[in-house]
Write a protein that binds this ligand. Structure first.
Ligand code: NDP
Ligand code: KPL
Length: 306
């Protein structure tokens, strides 16, 4: 399977590297220092599951130079989604699939607007990974899971081919018959974890142990569930409670990619996470005061310090 990775950062670099090691023909669309390093030194992953160095990788900042691919995997931050979609458009024709493993629930609407309905497969990723330096990905912990599927629930040939490529790469992967719900399920947990870790400057351990911050985490997630249900997503009424129980199983030191970005002075995805909950809630008349407070508190940091 020939796979193009758009964005060789935490998500794209990690899964792209593993897929290549597993035998897929992987090419990277990268830019700046990342592109220069990929071309000179290749891609490195540091991980408890085993370090990886791919000394030679195919990479370019111009998708037109990469030829035909079966699947495009998108791993850019949410503010780059539309530009990334335009940049990969030359790769997309016929049966080519495009799957975004970004967070958020409206990324695929943006992709559809540029690339059309047929190309888009829904996707969601569970991993903690970040750019240690350009071309070097640091994977924290051992979680590395992908869930994906056609929006109409079909077990299409292209989804099955990608599932096989993931299996050969030892990536935990699942083909979902209800990908929209799977994306919202991750969103509930992610919004809660990002909101609390970024505003409280703490990891999940202390947040879940303190009764006051624990209740806050639960109420933030409850708002997301209410918005999703009001929009017709099949989330159980007590889904936030089950995500809180899931939070109890996480390592004490677990944090969110948004909290890592906050620490590094990077731009934040808040406008699409808690900010997205407020926007989507307003459209269906669901009250989201906690997520509004989170988005307001983080507004001054949202553009980053640099
Ligand atoms: N990191 C994680 O653990 C997880 C992240 N996610 C989600 O995945 C998405 C990606 O996050 P993450 O991997 O952390 O992001 P990173 O910032 O680590 O990586 C994104 C990469 O994409 C590159 N990029 C952006 N636009 C282009 C472009 N037009 N051409 C070439 N390269 C481009 C960036 O380059 P540059 O540096 O030059 O901007 C950067 O190298 C986010 O939505 C995030 O919420 C989901 C699960 C876990
Ligand atoms: C919570 C986590 C690490 C799970 O994948 C994540 O998606 C993020 O922080 O962006």
């Amino acid at each position: 399977m020939r796979i193009a990775i758009m964005g060789a950062g935490g998500v794209g670099g990690y899964f792209g590297g593993r897929l290549a090691k597993g035998g897929a023909d992987v090419v990277f669309i990268a830019r700046g220092a990342t592109l220069a390093t990929l071309l000179k030194d290749g891609l490195r992953i540091r991980s408890q599951l085993g370090d990886l160095h791919l000394p030679k990788v195919v990479a370019s900042d111009d998708a037109r130079k990469l030829g035909r691919v079966d699947l495009v995997l998108l791993g850019v931050k949410l503010w780059d989604t539309e530009a990334a979609a335009r940049a990969v458009a030359p790769l997309v024709s016929g049966e080519t699939a495009v799957v975004s493993f970004q967070n958020g629930v409206d990324k695929d609407d943006i992709l559809r607007g540029v690339l059309g309905d047929d190309a888009i497969i829904g996707g969601v990723s569970y991993i903690a990974a970040s750019i240690a330096e350009p071309g070097v990905i640091a994977h924290t912990g051992t979680m590395q899971r992908l869930v994906f599927g056609e929006y109409d629930g079909r077990r299409s040939a292209r989804c099955q081919a990608f599932l096989e490529a993931c299996k050969r790469a030892n990536i935990e992967a699942e083909l979902s018959g209800d990908i929209q719900r799977a994306i919202w399920e991750k969103f509930v947990f992610l919004v809660g974890l990002s909101a609390t870790t970024a505003t409280m400057r703490a990891t999940i351990g202390p947040i879940r142990s303190n009764p006051q911050t624990r209740a806050f985490l639960l109420d933030v997630m409850r708002e997301v569930v209410q918005v999703g249900r009001a929009r017709g997503v099949g989330l159980a009424a007590d889904y936030a409670e089950s995500r809180l129980a899931f939070c109890d199983t996480l390592p004490e030191t677990m944090t969110s990619s948004m909290a890592v970005d906050m620490e590094r002075g990077n731009r934040l995805e808040t406008p699409w996470l808690s900010g997205g909950v407020v926007r989507l809630g307003a459209a269906v008349g669901a009250a989201t005061p906690l997520n509004r407070a989170i988005a307001d508190i983080l507004a001054l940091s949202s553009e980053g310090r640099r």
